[in-house]
Design a protein around this ligand. Structure first.
Ligand code: F6P
Length: 497
């Protein structure tokens, strides 16, 4: 049954200034502390009545039942008839799935120990090839947490554009490089070509047994073995772990190598803490649920088409790209779980950048443009740098001031110099950027996407939308595509026919 949004649409919608003026408890009501993260939604238009209406909608959509079914390992990915097992990777889920994930982690740890013991020869460089969920998560982890680690030099290469791989080749010594091939399906064209070219580069540079220096991270071990990876160096994960939810599994290998096993374990524990919060807290004090309610309020009631996340921390500069896949591949859907066309907009177009840079580039539109863009600020109290503390002071104060300016606005005689204000933002303030807190943060985003998916009646766990383009690219590569005149002309002009 389609959710009934009329109660939410019918709610009065006072401006933010009025909401603050009329409710002395607003800040307390709309902020929450979970797992080292302070969440503040008070500068959104959510009200107690809106939250109550969303709770009803969630009840009508059986959110609690679906959440529990996911944790119980039922096949909530209905179009593929699969369970959704990423929470089991961090110890929260069906006992059999948790045990299997733990066994896979033990195997992963043993391979890392073997690398550290130089069992595969000397390793200084780790070249990870993978794309989408097999790259974005590990890249975020390594970039956010690995800056000070002097352990292995890790490069994550995703693009099929050979320039990306060449950049890594220029930095790395082939004789000291470990090739990590990350692909859930082990069929992804870009990844297989990048892996094959890396083997070629190693061979050209005199590496005797390049396949002996390959680790595969995959849910299709047979395909990895058939490609040439020795079974002992295949690190599997479960089919029920979706690509964009897979950084907790062996796909997180480059992060575990770079940061060390204890740090990887802490990442999982932080995520598990958020899992328990999501599973056990009432919706009006449940961080993923409240964030999803705000998202849905803006997309469904205020017709916002996008949501922007700005990381006020260089270490989180890859967070917006990571969130793009998580949000848009999960909830960018046009049909409901039962295959009916959706009646409402689904995922917001998810974008963002890094503060303060973005202030000098895109914030003009946020402050005065005609689009309504709910903004999310993510900042960390503990600085990532050791320079004069003025850097971090200014960084954080800029984040907070932007939220204040979006809300307050300013009216002067000149319309070009006026700001409407009443523009929503939320803030996520982390105490520290450590593995545990980052784990909790990422798990928060995963569950937020899940809540939106349930309330929209869609399946957040398939991604058939990416297939047609892949098929057509494969056909083009084989020279067998039957293309329209424009595409055929482009292929011909590039000399690819
Ligand atoms: O094309 C999209 C996608 O299927 C993503 O869902 C996935 O994360 C990515 O490709 C990579 O897939 P694989 O891990 O199977 O190589």
């Amino acid at each position: 049954m389609a959710a009934d949004w009329t109660a939410i649409e019918a709610l009065p919608s006072p401006g933010l200034a009025e909401l603050f003026a009329n409710d002395p408890d607003r800040l307390a009501r709309l902020s929450l502390d979970v797992a080292g993260i302070h969440f503040d939604w008070s500068k959104t238009h959510l009200t107690a009545d809106a939250i109550a209406a969303f709770e009803k909608l969630a009840h009508g959509s059986d959110l609690a039942g679906k959440r529990d079914a996911m944790f119980r390992g039922e096949p909530v990915n209905v179009t593929e008839n699969r369970p959704v097992e990423h929470t089991a990777e961090r110890g929260e889920g069906k006992p059999e799935s948790v045990a299997r994930a733990a066994a896979y982690h033990t195997r992963m740890r043993a391979v890392i120990d073997a690398i550290e013991a130089e069992a595969f020869g000397p390793v200084r460089h780790v070249l990870h090839v993978g794309i989408g969920g097999s790259a974005l998560g590990p890249d975020l982890l390594v970039d956010a947490l690995g800056r000070e680690s002097e352990r292995y030099d890790v490069a994550i290469v995703s693009n099929v554009d050979g320039s990306a791989l060449e950049e890594a080749f220029a930095r790395f010594d082939p004789a000291a490089t470990l090739l990590v091939v990350a692909s859930k399906t082990f069929t992804t064209t870009e990844t297989i070509l990048n892996a094959t070219s890396t083997i070629g580069w190693m061979t050209e540079h005199g590496v005797d047994d390049p396949y002996g220096r390959v680790i595969a991270l995959t849910a299709a071990p047979d395909a990895a073995i058939a490609w040439g990876v020795d079974e002992t160096r295949v690190l599997p994960f479960s089919e029920g772990v979706g690509g964009r939810y897979s950084l907790w599994s062996s796909i997180g290998f480059p992060a575990a190598v770079k940061l060390g096993w204890d740090a990887f374990q802490e990442l999982l524990e932080g995520a598990a803490e958020m899992d328990r919060h999501f599973r056990l807290s009432a919706l009006h004090e449940n961080a993923p649920a409240l964030a999803a309610f705000a998202d849905l309020y803006y997309t469904q009631v205020r017709h916002a088409e996008t949501r922007a996340t700005f990381a006020y921390d260089e270490r989180l500069r890859l967070l917006p790209s990571y969130l793009q896949q998580l949000e848009m591949e999960s909830n960018g859907k046009g049909v409901t779980v039962s295959g009916e066309p959706v009646a409402r907009p689904t995922a917001p177009i998810t974008w963002g950048g890094v503060g303060t840079d973005a202030q000098h580039a895109v914030f003009q539109l946020l402050h005065q443009g005609t689009h309504l863009v709910p903004v999310e600020f993510v900042a960390v109290i503990e600085a990532g740098d050791v320079l004069d503390e003025e850097h971090h002071r200014l960084l954080l104060l800029n984040a907070f001031a932007q939220g204040a300016a979006l809300m307050a606005g300013k009216q002067v005689d000149d319309p070009a110099r006026s700001y409407s204000g009443d523009r929503p933002s939320s803030t996520l303030l982390l105490d520290h950027l450590d593995p545990r807190t980052l784990g909790a943060l990422i798990a928060f985003y995963e569950h937020r996407v899940f809540v939106s998916g349930v309330l929209l009646g869609i399946n957040s766990f398939d991604q058939f939308g990416v297939e047609l383009g892949k098929e057509m690219a494969k056909a083009a590569a084989k020279g067998s595509g039957d293309f329209d005149a424009s595409t055929a002309d482009l292929i011909r002009r590039a000399g690819l026919d």
